[in-house]
Ligand binder design. Structure first.
Ligand SMILES: [Zn+2]
Length: 410
């Protein structure tokens, strides 16, 4: 994820500002920080930290914590003064959208959520109409959550994203979106910095940082170690389309400023069903929400198909352990398993996570693919764990806000 604006080369005069941002970021990331802690962690000299704290306090960006935590003396045994970022100093907008819906989160400068909303994008909407929904959603959210000036907008967009240009390079589900200068339009309208990522990456980071694990067969969320303990993971996002992200040491994989890992369009069978991309037999043609609903209810006279209601029904039946639906989804789960097996050969992540809008579906797919990988182990007999996560528009919005914070702080 990259700043959509071109960065100016760093001048010597900018060092002071960089140090300020470094210190500000340290105070932001802990709920409270003292000058001695920041000096120790940053390697900056104590008088420099003292000066920067004064500067940041004067600018209204940090303030002493009114209700300090229980006494923990600094190295000289004095009670330190704790500082925190001033919540009202800035607001940040996090957006995420795909064919069908857009969501927004507004956070203050202490990353508290001020406002969150999800809004539909009409079926068949083109890029102009989708942009109108997304930008109006952001404007309405800012109006409903008043506060400090806007620090920036983070946005998760579908398809292949040119991170440097802030544009979607390819996404066929919204006509005209390929090449649409999304970040530029938002920067113009809101007069702020816009940072873009693709929404599989945003979903993966949301799971990584704030994840709601659904659990997989035999693994309770409580007993499983957090992602912070694994060096790398691969996220499979199942929604209206199918996306992927590879996160190593907390950093998403990208290539030449563009997102990659388009696992949805890995061809499983060249003579398979037609995909939204125009190709045939892509993983997405088997595993998108519509494809799963079709597989589960095809030929049934009692169930609706291809609608949002159908997907909710699918999740409900899986949650009830409906054997007919589980059996009907087996071919799709097999395709997902084979795809993840290939990814294991290519990237060998420590673990996989499967993210969808239905906890029972995530659990079902994580369990099925986990079993397949265990039956096809690495040469040493081990196999990566697969876990299910529930996609959540608020968490995606938080991860989109994080793109702005991560870019702002050094
Ligand atoms: Zn495709």
């Amino acid at each position: 994820m990259t700043d959509a604006r071109e960065r100016a080369p760093i001048r010597a005069a900018d060092i002071k500002e960089l140090n300020e941002r470094l210190v500000l970021g340290m105070v932001f990331r802990t709920s409270h920080a003292s000058q001695s802690e920041v000096a120790l962690a940053s390697g900056l000299k104590a008088p420099t930290v003292f000066r920067i704290f004064g500067e940041l306090e004067r600018k209204g960006l940090i303030a002493p914590v009114v209700d300090p935590p229980p006494f923990a003396p600094d190295r000289k045994g004095r009670r330190p003064t704790w500082y925190a970022t001033v919540p009202g100093a800035y607001r940040v907008v996090g957006l995420d959208f795909r064919a069908g819906a857009a969501s927004v989160v507004v956070e203050d400068f202490s990353s508290e959520i001020l406002y969150a909303e999800e809004r539909p994008i009409p079926y068949g909407a083109d890029a102009d109409e989708a942009y109108r929904v997304v930008s109006t959603l952001a404007a309405d959210a800012l109006m409903r959550a008043p506060g400090g000036p806007l620090l920036g907008i983070g946005i998760g967009a579908p398809g292949v994203v040119d991170l440097a240009k802030g544009a979607v390079l390819e996404y066929k589900r919204i006509p005209g979106l390929s090449g649409f200068p999304l970040a530029g339009r938002l920067e113009e309208r809101f007069a702020t910095t816009v940072r873009m990522g693709n929404n599989a990456t945003v979903a993966a980071l949301a799971a990584y940082r704030y994840g709601k694990e659904c659990g997989a067969d035999g693994i309770s969320p409580e007993s499983a170690p957090g992602h912070g303990q694994s060096n790398s993971f691969f996220a499979l996002l199942v929604r209206s389309g199918v996306g992927g992200a590879f996160i190593r040491s907390g950093v998403p994989y990208e290539n030449s400023g563009k997102t990659a890992i388009e696992i949805g369009h890995v061809i499983m069978d060249p003579s398979g069903p037609e995909c939204a991309c125009g190709g045939f037999g892509c993983l997405e043609a088997y595993l998108s929400e519509d494809a799963l609903v079709e597989a589960a209810f095809h030929g049934s006279t009692t169930q609706s198909t291809g609608s949002a209601g159908g997907f909710e029904e699918l999740g409900r039946l899986l949650g009830d352990g409906d054997a007919t639906v589980e059996t009907a989804l087996e071919p799709a789960a097999k395709q997902a398993s084979v795809a993840l097996h290939s990814i294991r050969h290519l990237l060998d992540p420590d673990e996989f996570i499967v993210i969808s809008r239905s906890a029972p579906l995530s659990t079902y797919l994580a369990t099925a693919t986990g079993k397949y990988l265990a039956a096809h182990p690495r040469p040493d007999g081990s196999s990566p764990r697969v876990r299910g996560y529930l996609w959540d528009p608020i968490l995606a919005g938080r991860a989109a806000c994080d793109m702005v914070f991560d870019g702002f702080f050094v």
